[in-house]
Write a protein that binds this ligand. Structure first.
Ligand code: GRF
Length: 204
């Protein structure tokens, strides 16, 4: 059976698209059951609807506090019996409430080589620091910010004339490769999590 997943996204949804494309190409045995966004005009919602996938804008301002908002997100996810929640450009920090009450594991993709440059503006942080290599990281989500156990990373060169745009473009290509791959490894039961580290069976 395909892995049922929920996706949370705030923006253009290119990672969601990479997941959908990998499913179509049969390199990812998963089914996106529902897509949720905190932005009414997120392109990710359009991408989901174009595929006939349930897609909801859940307005954070309609709830008294973050926990109430996150409870609403989880209520939207509950009917779909998802085995994984994927953050794909979801720009809000999830509180421990969400992590503790989620019915399944949560994965995220972050555009830096964690643990360097967590949080917002990861590309600019990397450029400001002057690193010569950056990249992206797929990790499980824990209660911290981009601090969960690392599943896959990919490296890209950082060039002297790079801008946030050129660097993010180069990293995005790698994101679209490793996110579907990580989800597939999860679907195949090849990720062992010992509380801190993830061992990927049959991969380096
Ligand atoms: C990606 O760079 C991802 O790593 C970060 O937010 C961006 C989302 O891009 N978390 P998209 O919406 O998937 O195109």
């Amino acid at each position: 059976m395909s892995l049922p997943i929920a996706v949370l996204a705030s923006g253009r949804g290119s990672n969601l698209q990479a997941i959908l494309d990998a499913i179509k190409a049969q390199t990812l045995d998963a089914q996106v059951m529902v897509v949720l966004s905190d932005k009414p005009d997120a392109k990710a919602l359009d991408r989901a609807r174009a595929e006939g996938i349930a897609a909801y804008y859940v307005n954070p301002k309609a709830y008294a506090d973050k926990a109430a908002y996150e409870a609403a997100l989880l209520e939207h996810i509950a009917p779909y019996d998802c085995a994984l929640i994927c953050l794909a450009g979801y720009m809000r920090i999830l509180s421990p409430y969400f992590v503790q009450h989620a019915p399944c594991r949560i994965m995220n993709i972050h555009p830096s080589l964690l643990p360097s440059f967590p949080g917002l503006h990861a590309h600019q942080q990397a450029l400001d620091y002057g690193v010569k290599y950056s990249g992206c990281t797929v990790h499980f989500v824990d209660e911290g910010v981009d601090s969960g156990a690392i599943i896959f990373q990919e490296i890209v060169d950082v060039y002297p004339d790079d801008t946030e745009d050129t660097l993010s473009e180069r990293i995005l290509i790698k994101e679209h490769q490793i996110y579907p791959k990580a989800i597939q490894m999860f679907a195949e039961g090849r990720l062992t999590f010992d509380g801190r580290r993830v061992i990927v069976k049959g991969a380096k």
